[in-house]
Design a binder for this molecule. Structure first.
Ligand SMILES: *Cc1c(COP(=O)(O)O)cnc(C)c1O
Length: 219
């Protein structure tokens, strides 16, 4: 079932779009099924769960922290996490930089933007991100590499609204690229799209979709 669902999702994603299989709440055995079918990028939204699973699973898995991140949790995954999707404050950037420095790594991160209508969805505005990226502190974080942006659309059945929200994130990406990351090839990721809306996200320029329930079943 998991293998079949994985193949189905992969068949619907262009080659240049990365699939992050979101395995939160799912057991190790389920992750191994996807792994054996060739999947290597997995996403978790809780640091503790990510760390516990990573310890038990093959070392060539690339782990993505996709959810809201608390500063005091960064240190547990700093040695190995592949990409941190949900960065939404300067303080978090500073802490990630500090922990990455300790283990002598350059940590790749994405800036999270608030594109949906729900108050509960985390993320910055373009103005907030601009202010952060303009600050001298941020410019001196040598162990951080900002690789792009991430966002979640509203939970709604209104497809044009979802598409519009994804388009807004794409525009934010373009704006930041022009203003801060010109000629920096690593600034290239737009992490958007989940089980219910990844096709819409891909239409709007997603480079990375985070798909959980469609692969692993409901939670
Ligand atoms: C859970 C989660 C996903 C995956 O959601 P599905 O609807 O199960 O595909 C994607 N992104 C984030 C940030 C999540 O927390």
């Amino acid at each position: 079932m998991i293998e079949k669902q994985l193949q189905l999702v992969l068949s619907e994603i262009p080659k240049n779009v990365a699939l992050i299989a979101v395995s939160k709440t799912k057991p190790i055995e389920d992750i191994l099924k996807a792994y054996k079918a060739g999947q290597r990028h997995f996403g978790e939204n809780k640091v503790q769960e990510l760390v516990e699973k990573a310890a038990l699973l093959p070392k060539d898995i690339s782990w993505h922290l996709i959810g809201h991140l608390q500063r005091n949790k960064v240190k547990y995954m700093a040695g190995f996490v592949h990409l941190i999707h949900g960065v939404e404050s300067l303080n978090l950037l500073i802490e990630i930089n500090k922990q990455a420095q300790k283990v002598n790594r350059i940590q790749d991160v994405l800036l999270q933007f608030h594109i949906g209508e729900e108050d509960t969805k985390f993320g910055m505005t373009l103005e907030e991100a601009t202010e952060i990226l303009n600050s001298e502190i941020a410019k001196n974080l040598k162990n951080i590499r900002v690789c792009g942006v991430m966002g979640m659309a509203s939970f709604t059945s209104a497809q044009n609204q979802i598409s519009q929200e994804f388009k807004n994130l794409y525009d934010i990406f373009k704006q930041l690229q022009k203003e801060f990351f010109q000629s920096q090839n690593h600034f290239k990721e737009i992490s958007m799209g989940m089980s219910g809306d990844y096709q819409l996200a891909i239409e709007q320029g997603s480079t990375m979709v985070r798909v959980g329930s469609k692969i692993f079943g409901g939670r």
